[in-house]
Design a protein around this ligand. Sequence first.
Ligand SMILES: Nc1nc2c(c(=O)[nH]1)N[C@H]1C(S)=C(S)[C@@H](COP(=O)(O)O)O[C@H]1N2
Ligand SMILES: [Mo]
Length: 309
Amino acid sequence: MLIRRPTDILPSEITSPELYRDRRRFLAQSTALALAAALPAGLARAAGQSLGPLAKSPYSIGETPTPYKAVTTYNNFYELGTDKADPAENTHRLKPAPWTLRVEGLVNKPRTFSIEELLKLAPLEERIYRMRCVEGWSMVIPWVGFPLASLLKLVEPQGSAKYVEFVSHYDRSTMTRGVLEWPYNEGLRLDEARHPLTLLAVGLYGEVLPVQNGAPIRLVVPWKYGFKGAKSLVTLRLTEKQPITAWMKAGPSEYGFYSNVNPEVDHPRWSQATERRIGEFSKRKTLMFNGYADQVASMYTGMDLRRFF
Ligand SMILES: Nc1nc2c(c(=O)[nH]1)N[C@H]1C(S)=C(S)[C@@H](COP(=O)(O)O)O[C@H]1N2
Ligand SMILES: [Mo]
């Protein structure tokens, strides 16, 4: 796959939007907030709009976020094209509003949520997470979202529910055909889905999520490879059986259900021992569970992580 590396992005391309974002984020936030508050709810939902006051999260890491420009122009979103630069150039192929998210399956209270309802479900938090793609690159992204656990609580999973399946939006008339079996889907075990690190993201850098990053709502699971973070979600389904994910269907020997970041278990085509942080020159060592081992390792006690990769 041909990729446009951040080192190919001219400093002149980066500087002005970065300064603009940073100024808005750190100096003029109150102005942006007042503006957003003055807009009717529906109008405030465009990429770039401030998401308002955000609770700081104890789950944030203390590393410097990857520049906004790289986070929003170096993407994997195959429905909008398979090159890293494609999704940002093809945002017109996905209309993030109006939108609903259906939660169904083994729950007592199946329900269809509007985005406005989801935004009111729990206080929005800024969560600065380390993210690692199985291809060997990583970023630090200041997500905005709320724990998936708060949504699950509301729909009351039944005792027989063991997994959550996540289904992305797919429109055959505007999106990529072939490559994967569509719609894109992913899955988590219910305890993973309820883990406090597991986020439904609606924004990044304090602003409404850009289409290329999975607008209007996407999954973020920081201790797993990036592909688990299904974008532009339309359905969450609670199931008894382990879902078969789009990547498992595409390559069962390459992609397992768990997909935990693990420097000791290589992907057949790529070493997982090291990674290149976007914007940096030398490689870093990949950390067990992407550095979240203290918080998540206990969920996998006694499991052979080579077998359950
Ligand atoms: N629907 C959908 N979700 C997806 C993908 C995709 O192609 N389609 N790509 C995945 C992969 S491989 C990665 S690395 C992350 C990238 O998220 P980002 O572009 O916001 O960094 O999204 C994941 N979610
Ligand atoms: Mo990825």
